[in-house]
Write a protein that binds this ligand. Structure first.
Ligand code: GLV
Ligand code: MN
Ligand code: MN
Length: 371
């Protein structure tokens, strides 16, 4: 069986590890690391994440781990030692499904994990610290995960493209030039719940009506500003009954742009809009920032190495930007980062329909081959 087929079958196997049977939903586990020793000095880090969004596809994250394993397997099979070691990383919680945070595993390794995140609670009220304890870990020792392994060559991550560009151009792989910056925050609209049959329309302080107006304002803002991408992806209505006016709505906001100045200005404008809507509708709005990441350029040296490697194995070498966030963002605080995208069917991701071909994965494994 080819290494590419093994990589795809490992993603298939992992898809069976889920918290919600019938879907792929893998919120939080622990970082896994494996090391292939080199002949001289330094370490090249390869990997991605194993956690998923809710009702995910099989390849967003896991493919990068499996391709890294495939690349190391090939070196092993060919009895090759590189001048430097390779460490394969399988990060926990890149997506932030459980604790509304991002890049937990990669931030731990990069030494930028914020201990305040340990107090974040999941939907059941279990804090991150408690979840780590229940998993058999010690939240007090996260800082020991910070890289102390000596000089680094860099971090390379293979990932499905999550966009249509490679497919449209008939290409198996592409080299990432930069990763767009993003803000995430949680907003709470608080009005007053009441009887749906007796409270007159003009007396209502309906938190959902305010939140709905805000959702449309977010969409409108992104439609007029070129390159701006903005999403409300989670919305919880409380108390959530047909005959009760919604008193409280909690929702998430995710805003991205390749230009950090445009992004920060737009986030400010969108949040001002939330305040205006709340004031006009006589409800309260509270904003809790969750994360903010500046855009991250990939290292020119790794970009040119990956372009050369892709070209060497017969792929037209192209560069493309990433609108999605990746562990490479957190890892850029530690070392140079590079990324290789693999074509995915119709550019679909964060969806069970995610799909890659074995041939394209073979192209990725070959392009990760370090000469
Ligand atoms: C990661 O999937 C992201 O939200 O960009
Ligand atoms: Mn993802
Ligand atoms: Mn991912």
């Amino acid at each position: 069986m080819t290494l590419a087929r093994v990589a795809v079958e490992r993603c298939d196997y992992l898809a069976g590890c889920t918290e919600e049977p019938g879907t792929i939903t893998r919120p939080f586990a622990s970082n896994l690391r494996g090391r292939y020793e080199g002949a001289v000095d330094g370490t090249l880090l390869l990997g991605s994440h194993l956690d998923s969004v809710r009702d995910a596809g099989k390849y967003d994250g896991p493919l990068g781990v499996m391709v890294a394993l495939g690349a190391v397997q090939r070196l092993h099979d060919e009895h090759k030692r590189l001048p430097f070691a390779i460490e394969v990383l399988a990060f926990a919680d890149e997506e932030g499904l459980r604790f509304s945070s991002t890049y937990l595993g990669s931030r731990a390794l990069a030494g930028t994990f914020d201990p305040a995140d340990l107090e974040r609670a999941d939907a059941e009220g279990i804090t991150m610290a408690e979840a780590i304890r229940r998993f058999g870990g010690d939240p007090g020792r996260i800082e020991e995960d910070a890289w102390r392994g000596g000089p680094l060559v860099g971090y390379c991550e293979v990932h499905i493209e999550q966009g249509p560009e490679l497919e449209a151009r008939g290409l198996a792989v592409g080299v990432v030039s930069a990763i767009a910056g993003q803000n995430r925050c949680d907003l709470t609209f608080a009005g007053e719940s009441g009887h749906a049959g007796t409270v007159a329309m003009e007396r209502r302080r309906d938190a959902l009506a305010a939140a709905s107006e805000f959702v449309l304002a977010v969409e409108a803002a992104a439609r007029v500003q070129p390159g701006l991408i903005a999403t409300v992806g989670r919305l919880e209505v409380l108390p959530g009954a047909a005959n009760v006016i919604p008193g409280r709505v909690e929702l998430s906001l995710d805003v991205r742009h390749a230009d950090d100045e445009v992004r920060t200005a737009e986030v400010r404008r969108i949040l001002d809009r939330a305040g205006d809507i709340a004031e006009r509708r006589n409800v309260f709005v509270a904003v809790e920032p969750v994360s903010e990441n500046a855009s991250v350029p990939c290292s020119p040296q790794l970009v040119s190495l990956l372009l050369r490697a892709a070209g060497d194995v017969g792929h037209e070498p192209i560069e493309l930007p990433s609108g999605a966030g990746h562990d490479a963002v957190a890892m850029s605080e530690l070392t140079d980062v590079g990324m290789l995208f693999v074509r995915c069917k119709k550019g679909i991701s964060h969806n069970p329909a995610e799909s890659v071909t074995v041939d394209d994965v073979d192209g990725a494994i070959s392009s990760q081959r370090v000469r």
